[in-house]
Design a protein around this ligand. Structure first.
Ligand code: PRP
Length: 214
């Protein structure tokens, strides 16, 4: 059986992915103490794991450097790309929301508004659909700062617990999209390694169904 290579997103999603893999029966010892290593081989399943940042997971899968990847729908929506999105893993769940300073009447003005976001494409599309003219300012992180510092009138950002918004005096006023982690597959790999990939996808599906039954 050919070894598969999968790119995983470093950060919050990695812990949840490791748990899912363990429920699939994969021995994830290397992932439990990865140190500085970025590639890990599993012993009891023909799988090599590459640890990368979310946008790079998409790049590696799109170009075939990795056969598969696990990445948030947020990155997929923002960056697009050509690959198969084969499974909603039902984890890493959060939402995109439009948020403003508490008490602010965002829609109560005709003047053009500035929106800060780490996701300029998603933000632009959201307001285009509404027919509202906005200028979008790209921010790399801690986007909540932008309205506080007067750089923007609102933000479009990921909200999980809502604690970050609350702690910074912001409040969500509208949902933009629901987000969860997805399993993506390189299009050529799907043909070349079909039995191996479908075998892996099936294992994922079974583990997710088992979770739902609990
Ligand atoms: C994300 C997001 C929010 C926060 C939401 O940021 O951009 O800031 O998490 O989580 P909460 O609703 O549970 O408080 P992240 O921690 O990934 O860092 P970043 O702000 O630098 O992007």
């Amino acid at each position: 059986m050919n070894r598969l290579r999968i790119a995983l997103t470093k950060g919050r999603l990695l812990e949840q992915t490791t748990e899912l893999f363990e429920e699939m029966g994969l021995d994830c010892t290397p992932l439990r103490s990865p140190g500085r290593r970025l590639i890990h081989s599993l012993e009891n399943y023909p799988l090599d794991i590459v640890l990368a940042k979310a946008p790079d997971v998409i790049t590696y899968v799109e170009h075939g450097a990795c056969h598969m990847g696990i990445v948030g729908k947020d990155s997929i929506m923002e960056l697009g790309g050509s690959f198969f999105e084969v499974l909603d893993l039902n984890m890493g769940k959060c939402r995109f929301a439009l948020a403003v300073r508490q008490g602010e009447n965002f829609y109560g003005t005709y003047k053009s508004r500035r929106i800060a976001s780490k996701y300029p494409n998603i933000t632009r599309k959201f307001f285009e659909k509404k027919g509202i003219d906005v200028s979008v300012i790209r921010i790399e992180g801690s986007v909540e700062l932008a309205p506080i510092l007067g750089l923007a009138d609102a933000i479009v950002d990921l909200v999980e617990t809502g604690d970050t918004l609350k702690a910074n005096g912001l409040t969500p006023i509208e949902d933009v999209a629901s987000i969860s982690a997805r399993l993506i597959v390189n299009t050529a790999a799907m043909k070349l390694y079909r039995p191996e990939i479908l075998g892996f996808v099936e294992r994922c599906e079974t583990a997710i169904q088992d979770r739902n039954r609990e």
